[in-house]
Write a new protein. Sequence first.
Length: 111
Amino acid sequence: MSIVSLQIGQCGNQVGGEFFRTVMSDIRSVPYSKSRLETEYSETSSETFFNRRDKGNNWAFGFLVHGPTCEPAVAECLRQELENCDCVDGILMTMSLAGGTGSGVGTYLSR
């Protein structure tokens, strides 16, 4: 069972990071052996796509310009991650809904 995480924008990275810290905290609070813990949750990343461009909190620019520009690279990273999974249960996408560039890119990519 695998869930691939796709974190978009500053908000997506912050929320996603906190989500996984909470998951690990919950898993570690239950008395499991170390070997079982490693089979139930692993944090790996074979491909990471970063594009650090500040677009001034502009949803339209993220959706109309930056989304189409970065889509091929993000799709390739996502494809590689999905191919590494034995059984994919889903894709967890975290992003802002507040109207910034990350939410514009996220809206474009989630279509």
